[in-house]
Design a protein around this ligand. Structure first.
Ligand SMILES: NC(=O)c1ccc[n+]([C@@H]2O[C@H](COP(=O)([O-])OP(=O)(O)OC[C@H]3O[C@@H](n4cnc5c(N)ncnc54)[C@H](OP(=O)(O)O)[C@@H]3O)[C@@H](O)[C@H]2O)c1
Length: 276
């Protein structure tokens, strides 16, 4: 069985480099998906309050038969939990739905800069980390400007920034900024979500060269640059395929050809104006 390599976070905890995305699976679907994923080697599950499936994730974890300590569970608190102190009740609700006494990683789902509450929310996250109910704390959809404010006004540097990254939206500046500050970049929508990225002829061509599928080429592109990726699928065959990306290497020519998929600086979400 393949287990994804572990990447060390800035707080000493380790995150499996490949995890299972769970949006938009419902409680019943996600419970089955988690059991299947754990059986084929996934040890990292990504959920969020907003996905409405934390109960199912918890049920899947308990049904998987793998010890809690071997799994890495992430959840995220959305705008309803932003503001001084509100995240504490948010985390308690997540732990209750998950049926867990801690999560491995808690993320601020979106910065919502117009509300200007992410700094006070982060201070509550720092207290939650000290309480032991969460091991690592991080952010999602944060731009360098949002992170700069956390660096200036709070004490703990986020362990992770989960952002939209794939070969069409490669975000090299954001990735380099995160890395420079010791923050691990985690790619969401790593396969391009509902776009037609995986149908790009260049992916089939590179895949044929290595005996791999387009999805594997894309996920290899993530892990080879040190990113964590959380592809979503409930399909057992694709789960296995997506995890099996640690036994081949993209060469310089492949990487150069993948750059042609870049859709430009205006592609992807703009977290100054989107999010909830
Ligand atoms: N922090 C945030 O704001 C945020 C935003 C979006 C997503 N996320 C997280 O990131 C996770 C992944 O992102 P995502 O779901 O948007 O997109 P994604 O993982 O890039 O793509 C999922 C889509 O790809 C298909 N797929 C999966 N494996 C495949 C394969 N090997 N070959 C062909 N198609 C494949 C899936 O179809 P099937 O399911 O039919 O296999 C699904 O339609 C989410 O589930 C969620 O946990 C976070």
């Amino acid at each position: 069985m393949t287990l994804a390599p572990l990447i060390e976070l800035n707080d000493g905890y380790k995150i499996p480099q490949l995890g299972l995305g769970t949006w938009p699976l419902d409680d019943a679907q996600v419970a089955d998906a988690v059991v299947e994923a754990v059986s084929c080697g996934y040890r990292h599950i990504d959920t969020a309050v907003k996905y409405g499936n934390e109960t199912g994730v918890g049920n899947g974890i308990r049904a998987s038969g793998v010890a809690r300590g071997e799994l890495f569970v992430t959840t995220k608190l959305d705008g309803g939990f932003q503001g001084s102190g509100k995240a504490a009740a948010g985390l308690d609700g997540s732990l209750e739905r998950l049926g867990l006494d801690y999560v491995d990683l808690l993320l601020i789902h979106w910065p919502l800069p117009r509300r200007d509450e992410f700094v006070s929310t982060w201070k509550t996250f720092e207290e939650l980390q000290a309480s032991g109910k969460v091991r690592s704390i991080g952010v999602s959809n944060f731009k360098p400007s949002h992170l700069d404010r956390l660096f200036r006004e709070t004490d703990v540097v986020p362990a992770v920034n989960q952002i939209q990254v794939n070969p069409a939206i490669p975000r090299p500046v954001a990735i380099a900024f995160n890395e420079q500050h010791g923050i691990v970049t985690e790619s969401y929508s790593p396969l391009g979500a509902s776009s037609d990225l995986l149908n790009a002829p260049v992916l089939a061509s590179i895949g044929n060269k290595h005996g791999r599928t387009p999805g594997q080429v894309v996920l290899r592109w993530h892990v080879q640059q040190g990113l964590v990726a959380i592809p979503k699928t409930a399909n057992p065959q694709r789960m296995r395929e997506n995890l099996d990306v640690f036994g081949f290497e993209l060469d310089q020519d492949d990487l150069r050809r993948l750059q042609t998929l870049d859709a430009g600086p205006d592609a992807g979400v703009d977290s100054d104006v989107q999010g909830h």
